[in-house]
Design a protein around this ligand. Structure first.
Ligand code: 5RP
Length: 230
């Protein structure tokens, strides 16, 4: 099975958790997009849901496929969010933000009664940190923020470069107008300590560690689809 087929399989199982009338947070990335395509088929067949997208990219796909949308201002409490992830550990701690949507993804997931992660099995890790940790930062004072993050990492015994995410020769700008620093720290043995420390750095808007948010992960692999509970 190729990677796309696995993503579709995970998305298909996640769709079984979506019921009529739900207020649904809709994630960002290639796996979430497979979910949107399947969801759109259900909507076309009469399912009534209202979706809150986690990025402009997801919003555009939903509009194109006829998935009805709302905003968190209109619909501040959601029943369920379905989203992808860059890494998933055995406790369902996640690294997210590879697609640059981590801030809205975290706000939407936090506004949801439940979050289900969908992924192919390559995303499962024993310890977070193989994938560089995306950190969304305010462009103002970028160098000072970088320095503060590097000092924090050293205090926590983490080491590795911070790389400003670029696209077409320019800094990548998030939907919120911020930059992203990708932190290649390697293994992150204490994600909670890093999360707390990053939140204390003024220039950090948000980071891609999603701790205690996912209630289940639906993971597709060569041997089938399994659901892991937190
Ligand atoms: C976007 C994300 C994505 O969920 C994550 O990058 C996974 O993407 P994909 O499904 O394409 O592997 O966090 O900010």
């Amino acid at each position: 099975m190729n990677a796309r087929t696995l993503k579709i399989e995970a998305a298909r199982v996640a769709l079984e958790h979506v019921t009529d009338g739900m207020r649904l947070g809709i994630g960002t990335g290639s796996t979430a997009e497979e979910f949107v395509r399947l969801l759109a088929e259900k909507v076309a067949a009469g399912m009534t849901i209202i979706g809150v997208p986690t990025s402009e990219r997801t919003a555009a796909l939903c509009r194109e496929l006829g998935v009805p949308l709302s905003t968190l201002d209109e619909t501040p409490e959601l029943d369920l969010t379905i989203d992808g992830a860059d890494e998933i550990d055995p406790d369902l701690a996640l690294v997210k933000g590879g697609g640059g949507a981590l801030l809205r993804e975290k706000i939407v997931a936090s506004a949801s009664a439940s979050m289900i992660v969908i992924a192919d099995e390559t995303k499962m890790v024993d310890t977070l940190g193989r994938f560089p940790l995306p950190i969304e930062v305010n462009p103002f004072g970028l160098k000072s923020t970088e320095l503060a993050i590097t000092r924090l990492a050293e205090q926590l015994g983490l080491k590795g470069p911070l790389t400003l995410r670029m696209t077409q020769g320019e800094p990548f700008v998030t939907d919120g107008g911020h930059f992203i620093l990708d932190a290649s720290f390697g293994r992150i043995p204490d994600p909670r300590a890093l999360s707390t420390g990053l939140h204390a750095v003024p220039g950090v808007v948000e980071h891609g560690l999603f701790l205690g948010l996912a209630k289940a992960a639906i993971v597709a692999g060569a041997d089938g689809v399994k659901t892991v509970h937190a």
